[in-house]
Design a protein around this ligand. Structure first.
Ligand SMILES: [Zn+2]
Length: 131
């Protein structure tokens, strides 16, 4: 008796949850997310993910292979606090570059994440003009 009542309550709870799920439209979002996941999986089988720079196979899409990632040179101190230009030697933190002093920019600060080389140029170009 207790067991049957418990099942009915459990069933009623499931029906209420399913009803709320349908009314909220959440099932559509779940279905869409599942279709996207399946679509990406199928797309990865047909077009495996490749490096953004050299087209070597990668595990995840829109990334770099380890060799290309190692070639990225992040910009770190010592650098000009205004233009972000690299200094050859470590200076005071507020020391400005000759370029900043000769032609002070109208903006307060500019930074790039990495040194612009052929690889960074390719990535930026693909970001701007590719898919
Ligand atoms: Zn690569």
């Amino acid at each position: 008796m207790t067991c049957g009542r418990s099942r009915r309550w459990h069933y009623a709870g499931l029906m209420q949850s399913a009803d709320e799920l349908v009314k909220s439209g959440e099932w559509r979002r779940g279905l869409a997310a599942g279709a996207r996941w399946l679509g990406h999986g199928l797309l990865d089988l047909v077009y495996p993910p490749v490096c953004l720079h050299c087209d070597a196979p990668t595990v995840t899409p829109d990334t770099l292979c380890p060799a290309c990632f190692a070639r990225l040179r992040p910009i770190t101190a010592p650098l000009c606090p205004r233009l972000g230009l690299l200094f050859a030697v470590s200076l005071r933190a507020e020391a400005l570059s000759a370029e900043t002093l000769a032609d002070p920019p109208s903006f307060g600060q500019a930074r790039a994440a990495v040194i612009y080389n052929d690889m960074a140029g390719t990535i930026v170009s693909r970001l701007k003009y590719g898919d």
